[in-house]
Design a protein around this ligand. Structure first.
Ligand code: HEM
Length: 122
């Protein structure tokens, strides 16, 4: 339970990232600069806090945990890269948007499993 509590703030930041993401998307192109920066900075804060919390609780990672963390790290990289590329208009926009829509879902599943695995009794 205590472990779950440690992930409440990153979880709230993740929900805010999604909220501002949908808002930014609905506001259309050219992107609203304020919404874009809020979305990006909350995402960054969320990832940094998540990294800190996971590293604090990761005492003896097994193969499955490492695999899930690798997938999650790839999703975060894909989100930051696709987000930046959409904003600069480089590469195919529809492909970047598809990546930016799939990666959060995979990330939720991956990190959800990480938190569950970290929370299991020894
Ligand atoms: C944890 C990281 C992130 C998550 C979970 C996330 C999630 C989302 C979501 C759910 C949307 C709405 C997509 C839709 O309308 O279906 C969105 C939109 C957007 N995000 Fe992110 N995002 C993240 C990080 C970033 C970063 C770092 C950037 C910029 C560098 C970025 C740039 C954008 C842009 C430009 C849009 C608008 C896309 C459009 O044209 O509809 N995102 N994001």
């Amino acid at each position: 339970m205590e472990l779950i509590n440690q992930f409440v703030i990153p979880g709230i930041l993740f929900l805010l990232t999604l909220l501002f993401g949908f808002w930014l998307s609905r506001a259309g192109i050219p992107y609203n600069g304020l919404l874009f920066n809020i979305h990006k900075l909350i995402a960054l804060a969320c990832v940094v806090l998540l990294g800190i919390q996971v590293s604090k609780t990761l005492l003896a990672p097994d193969g499955l945990l490492i695999a899930l963390l690798t997938v999650s790290a790839l999703c975060v990289t894909a989100l930051f890269a696709s987000g930046a590329l959409m904003s600069t208009g480089k590469l195919k926009y529809s492909l970047m948007l598809t990546i930016h829509r799939i990666a959060p879902a995979v990330l939720v599943i991956g990190l959800g499993l990480v938190v569950l695995l970290l929370n299991r009794s020894p």
